[in-house]
Design a protein around this ligand. Structure first.
Ligand code: UD1
Length: 420
């Protein structure tokens, strides 16, 4: 297993380019199963979750040709309708394969995702909605086994604006008979990007990015040529890194309209943030102030940026209260920050962070994707060396982040095949 070693004290400065969004790319790649025509998806990030998805599409019988960040997929005929535990356990989003398989071949057998480090993360909303659309779903031996004849449109009221459930339903509804209405839909930019991809396949979708999404079903969809939107979470990570190292970083490809919640908090903390054409520039010339954040569904503060913002809070002036409302157990990074000398008290969904001048480098363990990157950020403001173990989590979602950070001036290296 690789580890990452960061020597703290450098200031991040310069230009960095964000990759395509992992969370937008994954559902769009699954959507290519909805047609037997050729689909081209551009600007996909080179990260482990995307590679896993392409492997799964290939296993199901799709022809997959990749050329750098562009991939052509043709699911002319599918020769399997199964996604194994082996695969789904490494990447929860692969559960999204169920709906497209069901719509296309009338059956699917997909492993239930199970728990992950940040909480139980059930798929009840996905399954309940698919049943409302006429699917029969049985949970047997850890698998969701689904069958359906012609799926039909339905009125679905989600209990919670789940990103995955909204995406799943949107995909299935495109090939259902009649209209589907999703109420309390997730409004994340990735939903809007998926809707754009589906629309280019000929789907009729209204309201993506709003709380009610309406989809008119069709008997078939055509191919697509779609460019995935830039990764707002990666962009937010670089902005926070620039601000907390009192640096000056321009993040190219970052879309300020998708990052308002983060930008507002960085400004409140005392950083300067400029929204440029096709880029965002962040700079700070002093130690930042503590700010309170509360994660919420979009357009609220993203849970995927909570760990990075907590890293910033550990070295800010004063106290910050971080409240996590999306996941039940997303504070494992806090315990690792404490090993680096952070002053944090945890109480259920709240973390009270009293900023210290400087962290002190140590060995720490990455527990999930965003926790890993937040530990790298913490290492940048710690004295001596911070060694981050289990960085395979990081590789699921960040494309060559150590190279990008090194170009910005970080003293960072990856050690291949380290123990831990
Ligand atoms: C997506 C993102 C993830 C992000 C999350 C919230 C992808 C690939 N992943 O995950 O990075 O952190 O949105 O912004 O896009 N829930 C249920 N039942 C369900 C579905 C969800 O109880 O059927 C709960 C989950 O356990 C969680 C909350 O709803 O507590 C949010 O989950 P959801 O919005 O579905 O997140 P994902 O789509 O899994």
């Amino acid at each position: 297993m690789d580890k990452i070693i960061v020597r703290g004290g450098s200031r991040l400065a310069g230009d960095v380019e964000v990759a395509g969004s992992k969370n937008a790319a994954l559902p769009i790649l699954f959507a290519t199963l909805l047609t037997d025509e050729r689909c081209v998806v551009r600007n996909i990030p080179d990260v482990a979750d995307v590679r896993t998805t392409l492997r799964l599409l290939g296993d199901l019988g799709a022809e997959v040709e990749q050329d750098g960040a562009d991939v052509a997929i043709r699911a002319r005929e599918l020769n399997s309708s199964e996604a194994s535990y082996e695969l789904v356990k490494t990447m929860r989003a692969s559960f999204l394969v169920l709906g497209p398989l069901l719509a296309r071949v009338g059956k699917a057998r997909v492993s239930q995702p199970g728990g992950c480090a940040i909480g139980a993360r059930p798929v009840n909303l996905h399954l309940h909605a698919l049943e409302q659309m006429g699917a029969e779903v049985e949970l047997v031996h850890g698998y969701a086994e689904a069958r359906a004849g012609q799926l039909r449109g339905a009125h679905v009221q989600l209990d919670f604006p789940s990103v995955g459930a909204t995406e799943h339903l949107m995909m299935v509804a495109c090939l259902a008979e009649g209209d589907t209405e999703i109420e309390n839909a997730a409004r994340e930019p990735e939903i809007v990007d998926l809707a754009a991809a589906l629309s280019s396949m000929g789907a009729e979708i209204e309201g993506a990015g709003e709380a009610v999404v309406r989809i008119r079903g069709a008997s078939s969809l055509g191919g697509m040529d779609h460019r995935v939107l830039p990764d707002r979470i990666e962009a937010g990570t670089f902005l926070i890194g620039g601000a907390m190292t009192q640096g000056d970083v321009t993040v190219h490809g970052a879309r300020a309209d998708c990052l308002q919640a983060v930008i507002v908090k960085l400004r409140e903390a005392g950083a300067e943030v400029e929204e440029l054409d096709g880029a965002i520039r962040v700079s700070a010339t002093r130690r930042l102030d503590g700010v309170d954040i509360k994660t919420l569904p979009y357009p609220g503060f993203p849970t995927d940026v909570q760990a990075q913002m907590m890293a910033l809070a550990t070295v800010s002036e004063g106290t910050s209260v971080v409240t996590e409302t999306i996941f039940e157990n997303r504070f494992m990074h806090a315990v690792e920050f404490m090993r680096l000398g952070a002053d944090i008290s945890l109480d259920g969904h709240n973390a009270v962070v009293r900023g210290v001048e400087r962290l002190s480098g140590a060995e720490v363990m990455a527990s999930d994707l965003r926790a890993s990157v937040s530990l790298i950020l913490a290492g940048l403001v710690a004295d001596n060396e911070t060694e981050i173990l289990r960085v395979y989590h990081l590789d699921r979602g960040y494309q060559r982040i150590e190279e990008k950070l090194a170009k910005l001036g970080a003293n960072i290296q990856r050690v291949k095949g380290a123990k831990g």
